[in-house]
Write a protein that binds this ligand. Structure first.
Ligand code: PLP
Length: 460
């Protein structure tokens, strides 16, 4: 094997030869072309040729504290020196996981009683599904196993989590979703709202659809409803007026557990600590990951209230131990990093910073919706936002095949040193939470230049 050096060409060649990438056309990657990221500093990353990029999606919506937070590194080193690994199976325990559980439950926006730790968002959602199924069995409600989620929702990619996910490419070729996973219309007013329909009327229609589905399936067979407060990977979809207000009483009426997948929204992204607070959601379970450790180490958590926990724990319903867990779930080093994330957020009053900078972020984003003929809709909340691109604003359509317009703009933007995210014809932004107003301007000045360039090319 060649000696691996940091030489950009060598790394790119070895990448093409040896690596299979997630969510990537495996054959196309054989031709090379990967951008090898070498180091990070604040909200910037540098590729192996030394080129600097503003990471306007915080990696995968996750590096909230940026790429060079010394305190997270020190917290990991301290914990590694003391106890790098232990587990919490069968009544063993360790301080970082205990402290993190207590902190998360204290800060939850609604009363929660227990935390369970896993390693990724997908694992956490899979675990929540198993808890919900176990609970139904423990309660003697064996038929109550169906799960409702939304089209365009993203909940991960393991077999059950991908079944929750409502994006067809994640199902095609994998024989998914599994039976019993049902998907309802995305709360995407721009795309799904009807001519003349108000946002509120749109919400009523969607909630009626959900209730009709519950009744058609049999309420005694429906166990849970999973949703992201703001859909991320489905295109940054902010719920329309009245959606959560109307939906929650319906779920309560039929005894359906509400699971808020806060994997993207959690820890400040939407302008409150949790997306549930931003939208008045009162979940029975919460799924946390990504910014929990600022992605420095893998960790995720499920929080649950007593309504979920008690039947699982009730001895009179005992059906054996809850036989589920992961070798590294809540690893002490990852948990120590997560605790330090919470310390930093508190000590630096990061929520106040996010509230301030997000006003500017949203203003710059929405100004593009007004000024550019290519932006069909500019939407977002807090420090998450998206531009849905079209070539015909009135028809809300693009003359280009799906994905090409946003893909083209994305490439131009990357050449200008800004990394965004493309989903269909939507360009998404969710920068590290530590971003400043000046850095927000750096993103949107360049986005504006790119949109003007594409506009000129298309219209000339
Ligand atoms: N849930 C949401 C809302 C996500 O956005 C993601 C990943 O992007 C996941 C779950 C899955 O997380 P992971 O990739 O860590 O499995």
């Amino acid at each position: 094997m060649e000696k691996i050096s940091n030489d950009a060409d060598t790394l790119e060649m070895l990448d093409a030869r040896y690596l299979m990438h997630p969510f990537t056309d495996a054959r196309a990657n054989l031709q090379g072309g990967s951008m090898v990221i070498d180091r990070g500093e604040g909200i910037f990353v540098y590729d192996s040729s030394g080129k600097k990029y503003l990471e306007a999606v915080a990696g995968l919506w996750s590096v909230g504290l940026g790429f060079s937070e010394r305190r997270l590194i020190d917290a990991a080193v301290r914990q590694m020196e003391k106890l790098p690994y232990y587990h919490t199976f069968t009544k063993k325990s360790h301080a970082p996981q205990i402290e993190l559980a207590a902190r998360l439950i204290e800060m939850a926006p609604v009363p929660m009683s227990k935390a369970f730790f896993t390693n990724s968002g997908s694992e956490a959602n899979d675990t929540a599904i198993k808890m919900i199924w176990y609970r139904s069995n423990a309660m003697g409600e064996e038929k109550r196993k169906k799960i409702i989620s939304r089209k365009r929702g993203y909940h991960g990619i393991t077999i059950a989590a991908a079944s929750l996910t409502g994006i067809s490419v994640d199902h095609q070729s994998f024989d998914l979703p599994l039976p019993g996973f049902l998907h309802v219309t995305a709360p995407h007013y721009y795309r799904e709202g009807q001519e003349g329909e108000s946002e509120d009327a749109f919400s009523t229609r969607l909630v009626n659809e959900i209730e009709a589905l519950i009744l058609a399936e049999g309420p005694e067979t429906v166990a849970a409803f999973f949703a992201e407060p703001v859909m991320g990977a489905g295109g940054v979809i902010v719920p329309p007026d009245g959606y959560w207000e109307k939906l929650q009483p319906i779920l309560k009426k039929y005894g359906i557990i509400l699971v808020a997948d806060e994997v993207i929204c959690g820890f400040g992204r939407t302008g409150c600590m949790f997306g549930s607070q931003t939208f008045g959601i009162e979940p029975d379970m919460m799924i946390l990951s990504k910014q929990l450790s600022s992605s420095y180490l893998p960790i995720s958590a499920i929080l649950m209230n007593d309504m979920v926990f008690e039947p699982i724990a009730d001895e009179s319903h005992a059906i054996g131990a809850f036989a589920h867990g992961f070798t590294n779930g809540g690893n002490p080093t990852a948990a120590a990093v997560a605790i330090e994330v919470l310390n930093i957020m508190e000590e630096r009053d990061l929520m106040a910073h996010i509230k301030d900078v997000s006003i500017h972020f949203q203003a710059r984003l929405r100004a593009l919706g007004m000024s550019s003929t290519l932006v069909g809709e500019a939407r977002g909340v807090g420090l998450i936002g998206a531009l849905e691109l079209v070539t015909d604003k009135v028809a809300r359509s693009s003359a280009w095949p799906v994905g090409q317009l946003a893909g083209y703009a994305f490439n131009l933007l990357e050449n200008k040193g800004v990394i965004a995210r493309v989903m269909g014809d939507t360009l998404a932004f969710s920068p590290p939470l530590i971003i400043t107003r000046e850095q927000v301007d750096m993103i949107f000045d360049r986005v504006e230049q790119v949109l003007v360039q594409v506009e000129n090319e298309i219209r000339s």
